[in-house]
Design a protein around this ligand. Sequence first.
Ligand SMILES: C[S@@+](CC[C@H](N)C(=O)[O-])C[C@H]1O[C@@H](n2cnc3c(N)ncnc32)[C@H](O)[C@@H]1O
Length: 225
Amino acid sequence: MMDHSGVETTKVFTFEEKENTLSVSIPEVLDPQYGMYVWPCAVVLAQYLWSRREELRDKTVLELGAGVSLPGVVAASCGAKLILSDDANRPPCLLNCRRSCEANGLSDVRVVGLTWGEVSPDLVLLPKLDFILGSDVFYEPDDFEDVLVTVAFLLRKNPTAQFWTTYQERSADWSIDSLLRRWKLNCVDVRLESFNADEHQLAGSTLPGRHSIQMMIITLKTYSA
Ligand SMILES: C[S@@+](CC[C@H](N)C(=O)[O-])C[C@H]1O[C@@H](n2cnc3c(N)ncnc32)[C@H](O)[C@@H]1O
């Protein structure tokens, strides 16, 4: 198990539009492991959720590979029924999911261990889902198919659900196109400017910076996003 005694800090993100404001606090651990702090993709996905906040109320939302869970926390703060998940084999990441909920007074969020590519009882027993979130879950090409296997399983069980995901372009060679075809999934790119995310600074955070971040909506092939 990872050492979880690292230095802790809290980042505050403030989403604004006209007279509407939402501030969320995300505790982080200064640790090089992946699920311990907010990634730039998370700020962009959270901004997308904020832009569609009216549609989130009372919807059931699952976040995959949530880590410190900024998008999920924003969804729950906008009225969604939230389930957070991270790798079942990384207890510190699951602890981070819980800490982020506590920091924002979200007491009725379920946290489950879901390892991409594994059909576990926790995956099978999930309730009906409306939206699935994934921020920076396409960062290791060896895992791309496992992520999509989990997403395809969930979309087959919830045929009208959508997978909202952001990724960072780290290599021009990486592509999920053939995997999308194999798993009969449809993918639509969402332009960042369409939800005011084409900025170096978002929600009061400089994290997006000059990173090349993209947003996609993945659905079952028979449904268009
Ligand atoms: C790059 S971090 C992104 C964390 C968070 N979504 C964000 O954007 O701030 C990748 C996340 O995926 C999780 N992860 C890695 N491999 C996984 C697997 N096989 N199954 C489930 N989660 C996994 C990590 O624990 C980590 O939280």
